[in-house]
Ligand binder design. Structure first.
Ligand code: OSB
Ligand code: MG
Length: 368
């Protein structure tokens, strides 16, 4: 398919609840939608950026620059037969993985529509439903955290993840565990600790957590290996695995026993699948992380999570957990058994509601 044009839109959507992590607080989502047009079809993708470079270095403005000045122009006029072709065209650009995911996801959607197959099918997905969990930010008190958890339980989520940071960790987990003895529970530190905190982190062992996600520095693998050797609880890597090469290094060093695969963080669904394939050959469980995506990014995450190695619940929650009104129909919902149904229609399998996109758009640009 010859790419005619690439449209980028800076979107702002208020969050139903502010989301607070060890690196800061977000009250609304600032994200970029990518629309790729060819042969009368439009494929959609999302570059799940943030305003500040706190989770990783990209921001909505750096992604905008890379999309408008480099990735967009590289795609226009090209003939693309598979999404891997698109990934190859973007390969000379170093880094800027969230931006690359926006384009690649739009190409997957486009090719799926053209072939009448779902993104899940194109990827080689084997599941019709995927297990999903909910990620809960830092709250202002433990009772309000417990109330938040209580509020999510009727939705049926398969597990709960809570964010921790220094001063909001062992004691909080102890009280949550006391209140919810049987809950499938994990924590995510977003790089807030160092190896000096290994005694504190080992104190989490007694709470039967599924895993401790990204306790140490965003670019570290060596200290994570040392920490893992001191913990009973599995360490899960998020920020420290931005590429297939990093995943190989993490497995070689035994830096963690679980990997969170986010297609945005690793630069697209193709690399995400490569990391999945690698982990599968080593029997390392993976799960699909999230970046508070709109329904567009969410659709691609759900498709990815339908691959066979995604055996742990993902950070893939219902549309209503994030937004008053999502940008797609039907909205994503959680089934009573804690799963989400993988869309089976052509492409990403959900319909973009253009007037909602229009009213959330703060800026747009057309590359042709
Ligand atoms: O570390 O997994 C993370 C959100 C934004 C940036 C980083 C992370 C997160 C989440 C939320 O934990 C996951 C989601 O529900 O999308
Ligand atoms: Mg994380």
């Amino acid at each position: 398919m010859r790419i005619d044009q690439v449209e980028i839109r800076y979107i702002q959507l208020p969050l139903v609840h502010p989301f607070e992590t060890s690196f800061g607080r977000e009250d609304e989502r600032d994200t970029i939608l990518v629309a790729v047009r060819s042969e009368g079809l439009t494929g959609w993708g999302e570059a799940a950026t943030s305003v500040g470079p706190w989770y990783e270095y990209e921001t909505v403005e750096t992604s905008w620059h890379i999309l408008r000045d480099f990735l967009g122009p590289r795609m226009v006029g090209q003939d693309v037969v598979t999404a891997q072709d698109a990934a190859k065209l973007m390969m000379p650009v170093r880094g800027h993985n969230l931006a690359k995911m926006g384009v690649e996801a739009a190409i997957w959607d486009l090719l799926g529509q053209a072939e009448g197959r779902s993104v899940s099918q194109l990827l080689g997905g084997t599941r019709e439903t995927v297990a999903v969990g909910v990620s809960i930010g830092v709250q202002d008190s433990v009772p309000s955290l417990n109330r938040r958890i209580d509020g999510f339980l009727p939705d049926g989520y398969s597990r709960v993840k809570i964010k921790i940071r220094p001063g909001w960790d062992v004691d909080v987990v102890r009280q949550v565990r006391k209140r919810f003895p049987d809950l499938s529970l994990m924590v995510d530190a977003n790089s807030a600790y160092s190896l000096d905190d290994s005694v504190l982190l080992a104190a989490l062992d007694e709470f039967d957590l599924l895993m401790i996600e990204q306790p140490l520095a965003h670019d570290d693998l060596v200290d994570h290996a040392e920490l893992q050797s001191q913990l009973r609880t599995p360490v899960c890597l998020d920020e420290s695995v931005p590429s297939l090469a990093a995943a190989r290094a993490a497995l070689a060093l035994d830096s963690g026993r679980i990997i969170n695969i986010k297609p945005g963080r690793v630069g697209g669904l193709t690399v995400a699948r490569d990391i999945h394939d690698l982990c599968r050959t080593r029997d390392v469980p993976v799960w699909c992380g999230g970046m508070l995506e709109t329904g567009i990014g969410r659709a691609h995450n759900v498709a990815l999570a339908s691959l066979p190695g995604f055996c742990l619940p993902g950070d893939i929650s219902a549309s209503a957990r994030y937004f008053h009104q999502d940008l797609v129909e039907p909205a994503f919902v959680v089934n009573p058994n804690g799963t989400m149904t993988v869309p089976s229609g052509p492409g990403m399998g959900v319909t973009v509601v253009l007037d909602r996109v229009e009213s959330a758009t703060r800026r747009r640009d057309l590359i042709k």
